[in-house]
Design a protein around this ligand. Structure first.
Ligand SMILES: NC(=O)c1ccc[n+]([C@@H]2O[C@H](COP(=O)([O-])OP(=O)(O)OC[C@H]3O[C@@H](n4cnc5c(N)ncnc54)[C@H](O)[C@@H]3O)[C@@H](O)[C@H]2O)c1
Length: 389
């Protein structure tokens, strides 16, 4: 195979747009990755969007039922950008139909479902990928290089966070993200899973944790057509919907390798438009990253002579292959969409070469285990062990 034929499901939404762009754009930056991709089908439910969809991927079939894409013999890769509660059912159907699958996070609503999907993909020898694109920013490859080279020694502590204020305003309209049926784990699967992806990539597996999930705003107005984070002028006649999943979480954890972790994330962090970061402390040094300086890693090492020690700021630049693919000069900044282009190039490379790349459904299962453990721990008010076998 040297052309991967892709169907994007949920094509009218945010991720649907980004993924459709990324499959078509990556050859501009990465050239052939052993082949290329063609978006052959877009699935959206908004009929009004049909002309827009057709313009985004000329020649693609515009469908309204995801089953048509999953069963289409002309589709090699099913890319799922649908709401969280559909991921398991659609990914399972796609794998059963013999398709490679890229699925947005969170992979599934429970670790058991994620396990089933990972096993199914393994049994059918299909390529899988979960849409944790944040760690594809080359700055995190640099962090991993430093950790793997032992430059910060044994990791003792991971501190991570992700804060947004899409629901910071108590009057911000209700949407599927706050609905415990459509998104059963709320902020934990939605945002927590991003922080957990950094943990899985940079530190290792989590063995146990204790978490506190909280609902900060129990009811929100229902405003037809409201988009995420949108303000709305309320008429006073709105229906109100119960927020039935967590708004924010704080957790302590212990990693398999003995490191400890402190993590918190929230969608009601008023004023924090997007704050993501980690600090990783080791026996010989440490690393600090924040999304406000998206291509910068701060590195401290005990190897520096006394009197000269301090955090050095390393800006990822053309020395790093996935940065160089976009820009010939340092400090021009790669942003979110570039990480999705890197992801699309890797997905296509994987399908063509048959070589899985991080994060596969197996990693998605590990991350879903952490989500599950947070839900259980908060319910039980107790530490929960995660089976690592
Ligand atoms: N990796 C990331 O950084 C990231 C960022 C945002 C969202 N996400 C994930 O991506 C997924 C989509 O999120 P989004 O923000 O794009 O949501 P969105 O609401 O913008 O888009 C979802 C789309 O799915 C469509 N849809 C719903 N039911 C459908 C059905 N039965 N058939 C076909 N289409 C249907 C909706 O009409 C909508 O266009 C979620 O799982 C979310 O958690 C990941």
């Amino acid at each position: 195979m040297n052309e991967v034929r892709v169907a994007v499901l949920g094509a009218s939404g945010w991720m649907g747009k980004v993924h459709t762009m990324a499959y078509q754009t990556f050859p501009h930056f990465f050239g052939s990755v052993g082949g290329t991709a063609r978006v052959v089908a877009l699935v959206g439910t908004e009929r009004a969007d049909r002309a827009d969809l057709a313009a985004r991927a000329p020649g693609a079939k515009i469908l309204t039922d995801w089953r048509q894409a999953v069963e289409d013999p002309e589709v090699d890769l099913v890319d799922i950008c649908l709401p969280d509660n559909m991921h398991y059912e659609v990914a399972k159907a796609a794998l059963e139909a013999g398709k490679h699958v890229a699925c947005e996070k969170p992979l599934a609503e429970s670790a058991a479902e994620a396990r089933e999907l990972a096993d199914l993909a393994k049994a059918r020898r299909l390529i899988t990928r979960v849409g944790h694109a944040f760690p594809r920013n080359p700055v995190h490859d640099l962090a991993k290089e430093i950790i793997d080279a032992g430059e910060i020694g044994e990791i003792t502590m991971f501190k991570g966070c992700q804060h947004v204020d899409v629901f910071g305003d108590p009057m911000a309209p209700f949407m599927w993200r706050a609905d415990g049926v459509l998104a059963p784990t709320g902020i934990v699967g939605d945002t927590g899973s991003h922080v957990f992806s950094f943990m899985e990539f940079l530190v290792g597996r989590v063995a146990s944790l204790v978490a506190n999930n909280i609902v900060v705003t129990p009811r929100r107005p229902v405003v037809a057509g409201a988009a995420m984070g949108a303000g709305a002028t309320l008429t006073g006649a709105e229906d109100w919907a119960e927020v039935t999943n967590p708004d924010a979480t704080q957790l302590l954890c212990r990693f398999e390798n003995g490191a400890n972790g402190i993590v918190d994330f929230s969608r009601v962090a008023t004023g924090r438009k997007f704050m993501q970061g980690y600090e990783i402390y080791g026996t010989k040094g440490s690393l600090v990253y924040t999304y406000d300086e998206v291509n910068r890693l701060r590195f401290y090492t005990n190897d520096d002579p006394a009197g000269r020690r301090g955090f050095r700021a390393i800006d990822v630049g053309p020395e790093h292959p996935s940065y160089a693919a976009f820009l010939p000069l340092p400090n021009f900044s790669l942003g979110y969409n570039e990480t999705k282009i890197i992801e699309a190039a890797e997905v296509v490379r994987s399908v063509i070469s048959g070589q899985p790349m991080w994060p596969t459904f197996e990693n998605g299962h590990h991350i879903t285990q952490i989500v599950d453990a947070c839900m259980a721990s908060s319910r039980l008010r107790a530490w929960v062990d995660i089976p690592l076998a």
